[in-house]
Write a protein that binds this ligand. Structure first.
Ligand code: ZN
Length: 75
């Protein structure tokens, strides 16, 4: 797809690492499927991936995790 940020590049399917912070918890997800802009490097995820990341981050925050690094798994 055309990148909505720079409106110049096209996005390519790839793998990215994502960091989320929630209530003092830091979650790092590795190997997350993503669309990455070849021009500006902006990273996009589809809704399913975004939702899954947010659910996992919420669970970690509730569990009192301070920092967690995990490999992305489809929920
Ligand atoms: Zn871009």
């Amino acid at each position: 797809m055309k990148c909505p940020i720079c409106k110049h590049g096209d996005t390519q399917a790839g793998i990215a690492s994502i960091t989320l912070e929630r209530d003092g918890s830091t979650m790092v997800f590795k190997r997350v499927p993503a669309e990455i802009c070849e021009n500006c490097g902006e990273i996009y995820h589809d809704e399913k991936v975004t939702h899954s990341l947010l659910v996992q981050a919420d669970q970690a925050a509730k569990g009192g995790v301070e920092i967690d690094v995990r490999r992305y798994a489809v929920a």
